[in-house]
Design a protein around this ligand. Structure first.
Ligand code: FSO
Ligand code: SF4
Length: 526
């Protein structure tokens, strides 16, 4: 196998053995390469036929999403999608009276010239991330024809293009696509569940049966909340689902009690022997340990051999009865259990998405003009298991009292239980939401730039990103496409970025690796 798509890749180079660091076995890695090659074949066929189909659109989005880190560990389900992709490719070709395009052999990409390989990886991994966002939007009935065409166009270039400048331009197209689908998902989520409101989220687990839902899909959570009403089974969010507590149409369910645990990489420790059922709706699944494997369920594109999968019916409905029954059987705790965040805090606050922050924009602008807020930091992105991620905790802890920290995605668990106080009633720590809420962060930055009549790059704002998997690649490309410069990236730079491609990123976008919190704070505040 060859896989170097995530930050924890073996020796910061590539996973090449019998299994990846994430636990993905080599045969699943090969099956995912085959699926990706088939998706490229389908995209090329669509381009040659001058058409797409509803099924092709769906398969492209779900197929790309399936290959994200920590999503799918099951060769059977990956092979089944590949078979569907190939059948649809043949059908489209036959209908157009053309020969279907060949599937791409991913091995050719992995062994290509290192700069071509680097840019094609950037494109492919960005597409995978963007596909996850498009998938969630689709769950709520939001589909963009322009975005679907962009998936086809960008995927096809993996087979047809090797000019470095052109590939770089395609990576910016992926950035645009990523921004577009995040906008689509933002509209879909807020349209369905209302604008997130600042919300204090309890970390206490109440006695009695409970279910923990992880991942990003708000629609899945809504279905679970509908089905647990009146059952006596409580529901807690986990990982990236935490911001769901802030949506009016979700928080109104009294059995949605709060959040369980911290970021994804702590699950094997935090789930051990817990008397609850767990549902994974998207990426973040780690190979379950024996003490809790019998109570983990998957849904949508997530799959793991021997775990019970909750399928969607043709009309999109789902039956979570097996999850609810498992929670009842396990019974939960006999007494309330107070859990804490990484720093010992007993609650966290979320829901500072664009609407909440912009509703106090005047106050924020006044505080900046009065010199009470000197600087904003967007400390966002993924958490992960590798050492070096303490940087983000330290950066936030050491940021001066006249600075405001905006955050999003799962990296915030390193510091979201800290009480950083406020500046004239504006909390110093503002949790915007999930990784896809990078869209909301951009909207906030654009509104501030507008208020100060300058560009985002001229705001007293520093963006310090942590990355782990491919949605972070999509987020980064979206920021670069928007012309946002001088982003700091860590904890390590992606293995798939070649020295020459890094040179381009440094020259054109001012990207730089993180150093130490002290050094970076001094430089960023200078
Ligand atoms: Fe991923 Fe990163 Fe959203 Fe985390 S981009 S790893 S689970 O931040 O959050 O999906
Ligand atoms: Fe390795 Fe990451 Fe690929 Fe898993 S997803 S095989 S850890 S590079």
């Amino acid at each position: 196998m060859f896989c170097f798509q995530c930050e924890q890749t073996a020796k910061c180079t590539a996973c090449t053995g019998r299994a990846g660091v994430c636990g993905k076995p080599f045969d699943v890695a090969l099956a995912q390469d085959e699926l990706t090659g088939a998706l490229v074949g389908l995209a090329c066929t669509c381009k040659q036929a001058g058409t797409r189909s509803e099924l092709a659109d769906k398969l492209i989005v779900s197929g790309l999403f399936t290959c994200i880190t920590n999503v799918n560990f099951s060769k059977d389900t990956v092979d089944a999608i590949t078979a569907d992709v190939r059948a649809e490719k043949e059908r489209i070709a036959a209908a157009a009276g053309i020969e279907a395009a060949q599937d791409l052999l991913l091995g050719h990409v992995w062994s290509d010239n290192e700069d071509v390989r680097s840019l094609k990886s950037l494109i492919l991994f960005g597409l995978r991330g963007a596909a996850a966002y498009a998938y969630h939007a689709r769950m709520l009935g939001s589909v963009s024809d322009e975005a679907q065409q962009a998936f086809v166009d960008c995927l096809a270039t993996l087979a047809t293009e090797s000019d470095l400048n052109k590939l770089l331009a395609v990576s910016m197209q992926v950035g645009k696509l990523s921004h577009d689908v995040m906008g689509l998902l933002d509209a879909a989520n807020t349209g369905a569940y209302g604008m997130p409101e600042p919300t204090e989220v309890s970390l206490k687990i109440e006695k009695g049966p409970f279910i923990v839902m992880s991942g990003h899909d708000l629609h899945d959570l809504k279905l679970l909340l509908e089905q647990t009403e009146g059952t006596g089974v409580n529901v807690y969010t986990h990982g990236e689902m935490l911001p769901a507590n802030a949506y009016p149409e979700l928080k109104r369910y009294p059995q949605l009690k709060g959040n369980f645990g911290t970021a994804w990489q702590n699950q094997q420790k935090e789930f051990a022997n817990v008397p609850a059922a767990f549902v994974f709706t998207t990426n973040c699944l780690m190979p379950p340990r024996p003490s809790y494997a019998d109570r983990v369920f998957t849904t949508e594109v997530v799959s793991y051999p021997e775990l019970v999968h909750i399928p969607a019916a043709a009309d999109g409905s789902k039956d979570f009865t097996p999850v609810i029954e498992k929670a009842k059987e396990l019974g939960g705790y006999d007494e309330d259990v107070q859990l804490t965040g990484i720093n010992g805090g007993t609650k966290v606050v979320t829901g500072f998405a664009r609407a909440a922050v912009l509703s106090v924009a005047d106050k924020v602008v006044d505080a900046v003009k009065a010199g009470k807020i000197k600087h904003f930091f967007l400390v966002g992105g993924c958490d992960g298991a590798k050492p070096g991620r303490n940087y983000y905790t330290e950066l936030v802890k050491q940021a001066p009292n006249d600075t405001v920290i905006l955050t999003l995605a799962c990296g915030k668990y390193r510091f979201n239980d800290l009480d950083l106080g406020d500046i004239d009633g504006i909390p110093r720590l503002l949790d915007i939401g999930q990784c896809n809420d990078a869209y909301s962060a951009v909207e906030i930055a654009l509104a501030l730039a507008d208020a100060f009549d300058c560009s985002v790059n001229d705001l007293p704002l520093s963006i310090v990103l942590s990355w782990y998997e491919q949605k972070a690649v999509a987020d980064l490309l979206a920021l670069l496409y928007l012309g946002i410069k001088d982003i700091k990236l860590g904890p390590t730079l992606p293995a798939f970025v070649s020295p020459n491609v890094l040179d381009i990123l440094v020259r054109e976008f001012g990207i730089s690796p993180i150093s130490t919190p002290e050094e970076d704070l001094t430089a960023l505040l200078a």
